[in-house]
Design a protein around this ligand. Structure first.
Ligand SMILES: [Zn+2]
Length: 309
């Protein structure tokens, strides 16, 4: 029997797009419980993020969800449920992302195939490399995704201990382009806007995840507008990681009024206890948001999806 989706569809919203939704942060609560019980994983009392917990603490919670998602069956199940849940929210353009190397229950190719199988043609799949990965591993991800995935992402965040940084992935991202994969990069997630510039100039990023510091540097803003780069905004997630003070303080309305192609996304439906219908519903009340800007954000989301083959 298929469990009902966790939330009813929000009323009176047009069809929505969600381009930034992590598989390992978007399990149904009941599925997390079932997978944890079957695999002997101990769950915390409450796995959800909370306001201003910080990016590192937020990232640490993925260890628990990932412990439940090591094998292809679990990956396929969650990918399938994510597609059903998104459809119930009114999402008609969906991209799901995950980092195959964090799922060690089978060779990476089988893990990717499981995600593709679970998605069953209802969403695009983005493969995430992680900040700090060796460049060869990022390059290998491109081969893994060729003809199957729609895009390549760089997720997580840079740490001082990392030997490799964003600039070291130039070759891999160029290979992604040559392989027909879209490029998106988690950049400027509370970190300096120079990271956004580097992602666009060196990794040829067509989309930026978060980009909350975009307005801190006019050069970054100019580059994003000039190249039509899309910013995947995730305000609730940003409040949880503490890179944005409050939901209403998110720069989305300002971005849109300046001509930035930005859209709203859930990031992690389980961990942030949110969906993109909630985000669009709440964004209507952001200071500076107008109905026209709000509709434009929805259009940007649909138009910025990476082509599927
Ligand atoms: Zn993300």
């Amino acid at each position: 029997m298929i469990a009902p989706p966790p939330r009813p569809a929000a009323p009176r919203l047009p069809p929505l797009a969600d381009l930034h939704r992590h598989l390992d942060g978007s399990l149904r609560p009941a599925t997390l419980k079932a997978l944890a019980a079957a695999r002997g994983v101990r769950l915390p009392d409450d796995i959800r993020f909370f306001t201003h917990m910080g990016l590192d603490a937020a990232l640490a919670r993925f260890e628990t969800t990932l412990a439940c998602l090591q094998d292809p069956d679990a990956v396929a199940r969650v990918a399938d449920e994510m597609c059903r849940d998104a459809a119930a929210e009114g999402v008609t353009t969906l991209e799901i992302r995950f980092a195959p190397r964090l799922h060690r229950g089978a060779p990476m190719q089988r893990i990717v195939d499981a995600a593709i199988e679970g998605i069953g043609g209802r969403a695009g799949l983005i493969l995430c490399a992680l900040y700090g990965d060796p460049p060869d591993a990022v390059r290998a991800l491109v081969d893994l995704g060729r003809g199957k995935a729609v895009g390549l992402d760089l997720a997580g965040g840079p740490l001082p201990a990392h030997r490799w940084g964003l600039m070291d992935y130039r070759e891999a991202f160029a290979a992604a382009r040559a392989a027909g994969l879209g490029r998106t990069v988690h950049a400027g997630e509370g970190r300096p806007p120079s990271e956004i510039i580097a992602a666009i100039e060196h990794l040829d990023a067509q989309r930026i995840g978060h980009g909350t510091t975009l307005l801190h540097d006019p050069r970054a803003l100019e580059l994003v507008i000039e190249r039509g780069v899309v910013i995947e905004a995730c305000p609730t997630s940003n409040v949880h990681t503490g890179v944005i003070e409050r939901f209403d303080a998110h720069p989305l309305p300002r971005w849109l009024s300046l001509g930035v192609r930005a859209c709203l996304n859930a990031d992690n439906t389980l961990l942030s206890d949110v969906n993109v219908a909630d985000e669009y519903g709440a964004a209507r009340r952001m200071p500076g948001m107008t109905p026209a800007l709000w509709r434009r954000a929805i259009e940007h989301g649909h138009r910025a999806a990476f082509p599927r083959r």
